[in-house]
Design a protein around this ligand. Structure first.
Ligand code: FCB
Length: 472
């Protein structure tokens, strides 16, 4: 699959090879990306890069437990060392700044900054103060996600996101962070991808904590969204100058045929991936179609919850990776029908930039009160190798160019997209796939922790330099 994929890229972009003067990345002159105020940055997440899991009083998270459980993560990899960013953060900030990236999206690790009784851990907090302080010195716009999946294990031991109490503990955590870090953060996101936390974590067991029951998924989602809705006013009170939002992964579902049943299947796919999160956030209700798909899975919702969840936001973060082609399963659901002969990445995910454009324009039409959007993650994994000190990640360069073109099309169609974060700044711990899948624009040698700038990063950097020159 991977070999086929690069063959497709080579055929479409012959100039990417051989000619050292060609630039297969730079957007065309009429692209909105040339706008000086279109923010271009890179993203990471705490558990995927930090390592140092036992240092300075950090408590175990559900991902420490899950990755230590045989069979859960490819090759038995864990985040114990990861990119050793906890110790190498200065070098990593220099790397980011050296590439001229304007913004950095990172997440803070809840188990690093609070103990079991909710008391602050100052050593953990100081780490983030130093990191964010340095980013601000370098004039880098900071997007901080409070929850990118590393739930303290002691909260999971009391039911995790199945327990309504966890939402209130999250508010304590958001309160602490915004009191301690205000002034360092330009934009706060409460949660990263509640779909993954709820569905992969509690619905199908692919992620920590590894439970698999659809009723659990629906209840976990409700408590996640409640945590978000309760935390937003607290963030506003403690840090009024920053922006507040949430990050959702969204999925494009396309019908395998023109039949009514397959078209309905594609609709249901998007209900399950998108409306499940976006309807509560922007309409204050769950899509009833979800319970057609999962009969009997309605969560327990207390009075006022939906109003709390439907709180106004300053931005919506969108993470997009691929589309899924589906057909009716013959009953009330859908089944995946992978297409043959399409370009795929190392993850097996189809490269489908139009999906990003179509989702963005669709959300604009569906939600009257949609806030400004940032693409908070987009990127791809490839089996990148350092050869003679260089990494030629040809497929990624083409991927990024085409997805940025899709963003430009959405902007031209009237969607208010204000920025784009590459996933990821560097290769890192890719959850259940461990270190095998490389998403970085910077290569990491996990034996030596050496960072090598890939060709994609050089080209993004060159574009940013050219854009800056235009401002003068
Ligand atoms: C997203 C996650 C991110 C990374 C990418 C590839 O779902 O938010 O941490 O793993 O996928």
């Amino acid at each position: 699959m991977v070999n086929n994929a690069s063959a497709v890229v080579d055929a479409e972009h012959p100039s990417a090879h051989g000619d050292p003067h060609s630039d297969p990345f730079t957007p065309p002159a009429d692209s909105s990306l040339w706008r000086q105020d279109f923010l271009l940055g890179a993203a990471t997440a705490s558990y995927q890069i930090e390592g140092a899991v036992n240092e300075d009083g950090r408590l175990p998270s559900i991902w420490d437990t899950f990755s230590a459980t045989p069979g859960k993560v490819l090759a038995g990899d864990t985040g114990a060392v990861a990119c050793d960013h906890y110790h190498r953060w200065e070098q990593d900030v220099d790397l980011l700044a050296g590439l001229g990236l304007e913004a950095y999206r990172l997440s803070t690790a809840w188990p690093r900054v609070m103990d079991e009784n909710g008391a602050p851990n100052h050593k953990g907090l100081d780490f983030y103060k130093r990191l964010l302080g340095r980013l601000k010195e370098k004039n880098i716009t900071t997007f901080v996600t409070l929850y990118h999946w590393d739930l303290p294990q002691h909260l999971e031991d009391r039911g995790g996101w199945l327990n309504r109490e966890t939402a209130y503990r999250f508010v304590d955590y958001a309160d602490l962070m915004s009191r301690e870090l205000h002034g360092f953060v330009d934009a706060w996101a409460t949660l990263n991808e509640p779909w993954c936390s709820a569905y992969l974590g509690y619905g199908n067991g692919h992620h920590a904590p590894g439970l698999s029951n659809l009723r659990f998924a629906a209840q976990a989602m409700h408590h996640l969204l409640l945590a978000h809705g309760l935390a937003i006013p607290v963030l506003r009170a403690n840090d009024p100058r920053s922006h507040k939002g949430i990050v959702a992964n969204v999925g494009r579902g396309t019908p395998n045929s023109d039949s009514a049943a397959d078209r309905r299947a594609a609709e249901l796919f998007e209900v399950q991936h998108n409306a499940w999160i976006l309807d509560p956030l922007f309409k204050g209700e769950y899509p009833q179609d979800l319970f057609e798909l999962w009969p009997g899975s309605e969560p327990l919702v207390l009075e006022g919850d939906m109003h709390t969840i439907n709180t106004p936001l300053d931005f919506l973060g969108i993470n997009y990776y691929f589309r899924t082609n589906v057909a009716s399963d013959g009953g009330h659901g859908f089944k995946d029908v992978p297409l043959a002969d399409v370009e795929r990445t190392q993850m097996g995910w189809e490269v489908y930039p139009d999906g990003l454009r179509d989702l963005l324009t669709g959300f604009k039409d569906t939600y009257a009160n949609l806030p400004p959007i940032y693409i908070t993650e987009n990127g791809m994994a490839s089996d990148d190798k350092v050869i003679d000190g260089r990494v030629e990640d040809t497929q990624r360069i083409s991927f990024l160019k085409r997805h940025l073109a899709a963003v430009d099309q959405a902007i031209k169609a009237g969607v208010d997209v204000r920025g784009y974060f590459l996933w990821s700044l560097m290769d890192n711990f890719e959850w259940a796939f461990g270190y095998e899948r490389r998403f970085g624009i910077v290569h990491v040698d996990y034996q030596t922790q050496k960072r090598t700038i890939k060709r994609s990063a050089e080209l993004v950097s060159k574009f940013l330099e050219d854009r800056k020159a235009q401002a003068q």
